[in-house]
Write a protein that binds this ligand. Structure first.
Ligand code: THG
Length: 369
């Protein structure tokens, strides 16, 4: 695939922050839930180093919410995920695989429990709202399902805590990981969670009041000067090092959560009811035949726009690379690969062809760091 421009249209939605990030120097977009998601602001490596040292503000409005309200909402949310939410608490976020009846992944959202009868599913890139509506109709559930006007901005990096404290006070630094609460700013209340798609720490602000949210966006840059704040976006290098999985890249509907190392979020031994439970039990009993692992390759650059075969000494395919980037930390290419059984053990080697040259690679554990 050559580099190309994507033509503008109504199907690829802009966000309330788009005009701002364009003034601030966004250099590439990807599309996410039919919306623009910034993919770079100049050099990926410079942004990577900056994110690990300072603080960035990200337009991640593409992480859309599927709002489920009504009497049967808890039942519907549980039906969609293999993670046991029966003991979930109001004001908490839960990372949850959503699967279908064949245990194929539909999405891997963060689910926010406002209360028993109001949930937000903060989705990765697939049309969860259609799946939810189909299930609600089929099961005659009493629920209302909408995509509310919520546009997340993330504040990420080690200095995010100091910056957010300047605006919201000490209380915000006391919030626990994956907790959320409402905070007042410029005449509106904003839901703020301690979460985000990096392992550098930070917050996500779920903006419902756009006017106040834009004032907040500008305020973050004004007060952030002393912390060297910069605009940013989910960083490919950092997220691979941290093993934050990307739906559509690292896994899709043809993979199940056990193959993707999401065992922690699979609860097969409680009496909750969810789609694909029997299938997953069968998979667990038989054992998986492939597994998502880290790989490290003796190369200096890579660009993964489709999966790249991993080959053994006999030139047979033993897996495929699904994401990859050059890591300044390891001074090698690192990646996330689906490997066949007998080839997924740590330290096993393989060959991979990148830009018509062959390189040696090695399997390793996730996360890298
Ligand atoms: N934030 C919000 N919505 C999102 C994302 C996000 N929707 C899309 C996408 N990201 C969903 N995918 C992930 C993947 C990983 C995590 C969050 C969302 C994540 N994982 C932690 C980890 O792996 O260490 C913690 C998980 C846990 O233990 O509960 O944070 O980023 N709003």
């Amino acid at each position: 695939m050559k580099n190309f421009l994507i033509a503008k249209s109504r199907r690829i939605r802009s966000t309330p922050y788009t005009s701002r990030i364009e003034k601030q120097g966004v250099t590439a977009y990807t599309s996410y839930n039919h919306m623009l998601l910034p993919a770079s602001f100049g050099s990926l490596e410079d942004s990577y180093h900056h994110l690990k040292q300072h603080v960035q503000v990200w337009d991640v409005a593409g992480e859309r919410q599927v709002e489920i309200t009504g009497k049967d909402s808890a039942k519907l949310v549980q039906l969609m995920t293999c993670r046991d939410l029966s003991k979930s608490k109001d004001g908490r976020c839960y990372y949850c695989p959503i699967i279908d009846d064949q245990a194929g992944l539909i999405n891997d959202p963060v689910i926010l429990r406002h209360n028993e009868e109001k949930w937000w599913i903060s989705i990765a890139d697939s049309d969860v709202i259609l799946f939810a509506k189909g299930l609600a109709i089929g099961n005659k559930f009493e629920v209302k399902i909408i995509e509310p006007n919520v546009d997340i901005m993330a504040v990420q990096g080690p200095k995010s805590f100091k910056l957010m404290e300047k605006i919201f006070g000490k209380k915000i630094t006391e919030m626990k990981f994956f907790g959320f609460d409402y905070f007042e700013f410029a005449g509106a209340k904003h839901l703020i969670a301690r979460s985000g798609w990096s392992k550098q720490g930070g917050y996500e602000i779920y903006v419902e009041d756009t006017k106040s949210g834009l004032t907040l966006y500008d305020k973050l840059f004004e007060l952030g000067k002393e912390f060297d704040v910069k605009p940013g976006c989910p960083n490919l290098i950092e997220r691979i090092e941290s093993a934050l999985l990307s739906y559509g890249n690292d896994m899709n509907n043809n993979d199940n959560p056990l193959e993707c190392g999401l065992d922690k979020y699979v609860n097969l031994d409680t009496d909750i009811n969810f789609l694909g439970k029997e299938k997953l039990k069968e998979v667990r009993k038989k054992g998986i035949t492939r597994k998502l692992m880290g790989v490290i390759v003796d190369a200096k650059e890579i660009n993964v726009s489709k999966s790249i075969d991993l080959i053994n000494d006999k030139n047979s395919k033993i897996g495929e690379l699904r994401s990859g980037a050059y890591s300044p930390h390891f001074k090698k290419v690192i990646g996330i690969a689906m490997l066949d059984k007998h080839h997924w053990e740590v330290s096993q080697t393989f060959k991979i062809s990148i830009n018509d040259s062959t390189f040696e690679g090695k399997v390793c554990d996730l996360p890298f760091i």
